[in-house]
Design a binder for this molecule. Sequence first.
Ligand SMILES: NC(=O)C1=CN([C@@H]2O[C@H](COP(=O)(O)OP(=O)(O)OC[C@H]3O[C@@H](n4cnc5c(N)ncnc54)[C@H](OP(=O)(O)O)[C@@H]3O)[C@@H](O)[C@H]2O)C=CC1
Ligand SMILES: O=C(O)[C@@H]1CCC=N1
Length: 265
Amino acid sequence: MGDLLLVGCGKMGGAMLEGWLARGLSAADVVVAEPVDALRPRTSGVRAVASTSDVAKTPEIVVLAVKPQSMDGVLPDLKRFADEGAVFLSIAAGKTLKYFASHLGTTAKVVRSMPNTPAAVRQGISVATAAGGVSEAEKNRCHQLLEAVGQVVWVDDEALMDPVTALSGSGPAYVFLLVEAMAAAGAKLGLTPDMAMQLARATVAGSGELLKQSSEPASQLRVNVTSPGGTTAEALKVLMAADGIQPVFDKALAAASRRSKELAG
Ligand SMILES: NC(=O)C1=CN([C@@H]2O[C@H](COP(=O)(O)OP(=O)(O)OC[C@H]3O[C@@H](n4cnc5c(N)ncnc54)[C@H](OP(=O)(O)O)[C@@H]3O)[C@@H](O)[C@H]2O)C=CC1
Ligand SMILES: O=C(O)[C@@H]1CCC=N1
């Protein structure tokens, strides 16, 4: 895949690094720049430095995995790599191709993507969009990096990255909250908290695997659980009411998408 500089090895950058190494990317081809000592990889054979200023050689690909709020501080030192033709793969929420052009130069080769944390177990999904000057071969290299940790979808319309971020980027958090809420509700009905959490966790994980393996749509998998006149139907009357979960999700995703737009500047 060529040599790579990973800037930021936190939750998402670290998850992707694990996936790349598991997929066979040679540790010798990766440099990680990460200021937090505890997050710098130690055992994988990857070279790790505290700051990008410690990196002299221009990498083929620079993966930008710092918080959007840190990006302004990171890019000035990386412009020298853009000037030398490196391809930048950003995973930052909100940060637009226009933003990168203004910091790295209008000829900088930038791919903007949005992965998610199931990348840590190579079950992620990423959406990506490329700036005009990125060649098919360069897009392909970015595709390989994203595909190493899950599915990849390309879009031409960059505006879609805000709703994408709200849905799949942030989405794992909604699912984990669902587990917490189901467990809390089970505990209120008399289960011990441990048992309620065990049941909620296994139910969501098993449902996810069923969704993955089945060719049936989610709506049919739901119907398959819902015996006529039974228990599920009673719960779904509540969840699918006009004031059930749909308006809550509508509001939640709109808020996340709005925040993604705000992070652009
Ligand atoms: N977490 C998620 O589910 C997802 C996150 N993303 C995106 O990924 C990016 C990273 O998010 P996440 O992993 O959660 O954040 P983290 O804070 O866990 O990781 C970012 C890391 O980058 C470090 N950092 C800050 N400045 C620099 C620098 N100059 N050079 C190198 N490293 C630096 C941070 O250190 P310090 O803490 O000291 O600032 C931190 O350890 C964000 O832009 C986010 O939008 C995208 C999809 C999903
Ligand atoms: O919460 C965030 O801003 C990042 C982007 C998507 C998931 N986590």
